[in-house]
Ligand binder design. Structure first.
Ligand code: NAD
Ligand code: RM4
Length: 255
């Protein structure tokens, strides 16, 4: 097993389950100590800690509702106290409450913006500040989405956040490139996790989404690990400011 992250420290938001958990465990498997954030289901965070520790790594969890952006400072204090500097940041936590455009009120709109974008803006600012002042040539990855490029009838709030992250990645690559810090995004297609379990319990929709892919299956969190780890690793020496679409060929499949 390669140890691309030996001696590194990583922070993965929303790392208790789904895509974030798979990436966090991938980092631990390859040598990193990892801190995750999560907002609910303590049991999932506990089993993450156990699995990472079984891999011989230090693991930490911080429960936070990232829609309360003011609490990001508490997360930063915890991370600094427990881990010190962070070499690898994965901005992954996200929500997608599927809803008709005409039913979305300001409260829901704001919540989606705060969890998916604002919290990650300020987490990144704090971590990048430490990277720059400590001379760490870090790696930062945002989990964007195929939905940053194509629309969804019940995702009008969500799609803005993912397109917004892409814009942020472009600008941050410029800000941080001169410090040796590379910033990218991963764009998953449709991956089977809790975020879409209810939506995809409609078998007709699920079959349609499967048929949209070139590989004729929906993704699993594990499918996201290798693309993410490459972008986060020191083997990535020149890729920054870009999006890696990992969608099983869903976007290109017109006919
Ligand atoms: P998930 O629901 O399985 O996991 C979400 C994680 O985010 C959990 O750890 C949860 O605790 C955390 N979280 C949710 N709300 C939070 C809050 N308010 N504060 C802090 N943490 C919070 O979902 P997932 O599918 O693994 O999604 C992870 C990321 O991948 C999201 O940004 C999502 O938009 C993106 N994504 C998912 C898919 C997909 O098809 N599953 C596709 C493209 C992009
Ligand atoms: C993704 C994409 C998927 C959806 C999830 C919630 O970005 O739109 O199809 O299931 O979000």
């Amino acid at each position: 097993m390669a140890e691309r992250f030996k001696g590194k420290k990583a922070l993965v938001t929303g790392g208790s389950r789904g895509i974030g958990r798979a990436i966090a465990l991938g980092l631990a498997r390859e040598g990193a100590d990892v801190c995750i954030t999560y907002s609910s289901h303590d049991g999932e965070a506990d089993t993450f800690i156990k699995e990472a520790e079984k891999l011989g790594k230090k693991a930490y969890k911080f429960k936070i509702d990232q829609s309360k952006v003011e609490d990001v400072a508490k997360l930063m204090n915890y991370v600094e106290k427990e881990m010190g500097n962070v070499d690898v940041l994965v901005n992954n936590a996200g929500i997608c409450p599927f809803k008709d455009f005409f039913d979305i009120d300001m409260g829901l709109f704001e919540k989606v913006m705060k969890v998916n974008v604002e919290s990650h803006y300020f987490i990144t600012q704090a971590i990048a500040r430490r990277m720059v002042s400590s001379g760490i040539k870090g790696r930062i990855l945002f989990i964007s989405s195929i939905s940053s490029i194509v629309g969804g009838e019940f995702q009008t709030h969500y799609t803005i956040t993912k397109s917004g992250l892409n814009g942020l990645v472009h600008s941050l690559a410029i800000v941080l490139g001169k410090h040796g810090i590379l910033v990218n995004s991963l764009e998953p297609g449709t991956i089977l996790t809790d975020i879409n379990a209810e939506d995809l319990s409609n078998m007709e929709k699920r079959k349609y989404m499967e048929s949209r892919t070139a590989v004729k299956r929906l993704g699993l969190p594990e499918d996201m690990v290798e693309p993410a780890l490459f972008l986060l690793s020191d083997q990535n020496t020149y890729v920054t400011g870009t999006e890696l679409l990992a969608d099983g060929g869903m976007l290109v499949n017109l006919q």
